[in-house]
Design a protein around this ligand. Sequence first.
Ligand code: GLY
Length: 373
Amino acid sequence: MATDEWARQIAEKIIAKSQAVAARNLHKIPYTSTDGCFDDKTTSDINWWTNGFYPGMLWQLYQATKDQQYRDMAVEIEEKLDRSLFQYNGLDHDNGFKWLLSAVANYRITKNPASWNRGMLAASHLAGRFNPIGQFIRAWNDSGDGSRAGWAIIDCMMNLPLLYWASEETNDPRFAQIARMHADTAASAFVRPDGSVNHIVEFDPATGEILRTHGGQGYAQGSTWSRGQAWAVYGFALSYLHTREASYLDTAKKAAHYFMACTPESGLVPVDFRQPADCTLEDSTASAIAACGLIEIGNCVPEPEKQVYYNFAKKLLRALDENRCCWNPDTDPILQKCTVAFHDPMRETTIIYGDYFFLEAIWKLTGKELFLW
Ligand code: GLY
């Protein structure tokens, strides 16, 4: 089947399944699932970093179908997230994931001033996490002892578009300046000569000196966590889209070539590209995120180079569709075999951002996307 027709059919399957899923999950903020039923972070953890992905899916579905139910559900979650926006200790660098896909998505469509306000507050807090000496954005919090004040993680590349958006909205360049300084640091401190990336780099927060790297959610120190690699592919591509700074596209390509070279022939991606050879552990989220990044890189390069990235993105997505998607409308999640971290009990399960990025990639291929980054 020609790819365009294949992608169109997958988009139809997503829309058909999502309608049934939304109707029975009207007031939830899903993260994972048990026995095919979404959980709900509304009461268990309103600060959880993934709480923007379901509203992001709902806005993408609204964009494609104009079904008011999706919009109402997305707005309800955006309003619930105000409880998080006003909890200083509940905020971290993931403001981009939480508010770009909820409030800023709403603002892009409706120009709702309350949504703009949420986006700007989230961006201001994110900018406030910048360490000017080390020129990095601090990732996580700690319990007040400052022990992670020097920690930065590759995932943060995906939060930078909130800063680019804030500068575009206000004509105040400070937000974008911070984003670019962090991206420059990430390119030099996280990306290794072979194109693989570290998950965590620990800086001395007082001097900016690099102290050490950590394996983080990957297999071990010095290994290559596949979702971290995917965050680099997509994240640097996004910084290029916002700045047109050629070095970001080069870095995105470098990370992409490592990802493509290490992906097994099956197109199914391990949790860590350097995990032991006898370990079969997979992470479908890495494939979906990388596919989005590869498509965006493809959009930035001329033919025939473009096809290298598009073809690999399609290979990843087809492998997911054929092996790791559940299209049964009686179960809530789509993507299977999603893994939180190599050393985490939540392995090969379902995770909402897997579904989000799979949908986003298919929307990109079928011209349905509401660009949220
Ligand atoms: N940003 C955290 C993760 O990718 O699991």
